[in-house]
Ligand binder design. Structure first.
Ligand code: CDP
Ligand code: CDP
Length: 220
């Protein structure tokens, strides 16, 4: 599998990773890995089962035995479509907390590596370029100002029918940034050799075009 190309797209919450990675994968006909969804699925399972969110061992076990599948755009957990449920803010915040546990991260490695299939993979998350696919031929670090990202998240939540409050979102986003950036294991930093793209003033299509240009330049 080491010949199969991987494009990694890492960055903070609401920087547009998911949107951009998905569209790049579509354009190239590549597979797509939403690694954050795996942390969200683990978080959702834990919340529903009432697992102690400080019990690293129990959480790692949940992660290791996730019964999940990705079908088209849908995310299935134990036969239930949880595509919308895992996007709730509570689930995202819980995901970010449990993602600080090494045993949880370790439990999800094999599942992530399994997404590398021909003809190629676009993987988005926090540590795709730094930890999971360190030899990826193209690594991108997407970023945007806190204000731009909070605005994007607000719109997404309202569009999905969730309620949202801008002040709370800003606070949550900063707390999530802090936790993701300052944790001891797999902190959110641009991977070595990553192209950094600030999308504060860009729409998603412009970001997609830039990533495709970078890829075309190395693929020829
Ligand atoms: O959509 P958003 O960027 O907020 O989050 P996500 O990508 O769905 O991931 C949810 C949480 O999982 C993040 O806040 C991270 O703490 C964690 N995560 C991680 O630690 N490593 C990854 N590769 C992906 C997500
Ligand atoms: O995966 P991540 O949390 O980084 O972000 P996302 O879930 O893809 O959400 C980004 C939202 O901002 C989507 O609604 C996009 O349409 C929008 N957006 C973007 O992705 N990229 C831009 N440059 C501008 C807006």
């Amino acid at each position: 599998t080491s010949q199969i190309p991987v494009i990694t797209i890492d960055g903070p919450t609401a920087s547009g990773k998911g949107t951009v990675a998905h569209r790049v994968a579509d354009k190239l006909g590549f597979h797509y890995l939403d690694s954050g969804a795996l942390y969200r699925l683990t978080a959702l399972s834990a919340l529903r089962r009432g697992t102690d969110l400080a019990d690293e061992h129990a959480l790692a076990k949940l992660a290791e035995h996730l019964q999940c599948s990705f079908q088209g755009g849908d995310i299935i957990l134990s036969q239930e479509n949880v595509s919308d449920a895992i996007r709730a803010e509570e689930v995202g915040n819980t995901a970010s907390r449990i993602a600080t546990f090494p045993a949880v991260r370790h439990a999800l490695v094999g599942l992530q590596l399994g997404f590398r299939k021909a003809p190629g993979l676009v993987a988005d998350g926090r540590d795709m370029g730094s930890v999971i696919f360190p030899h990826a031929p193209l690594k991108v670090f997407l970023t945007a100002s806190v204000a731009a990202r909070a605005g994007r998240r607000y719109k997404q939540l309202i569009d999905k029918g969730f309620s949202a409050n801008m002040e709370d979102l800003l606070k949550d986003l900063q707390a999530r940034d802090d936790r993701d950036t300052n944790r001891a294991i797999a902190p959110l930093v641009p991977a070595e050799g990553a192209q950094v793209l600030d999308t504060s003033e860009m729409n998603a299509d412009e970001a997609v075009d830039q990533v495709l240009q970078w890829y075309a330049a190395i693929a020829k």
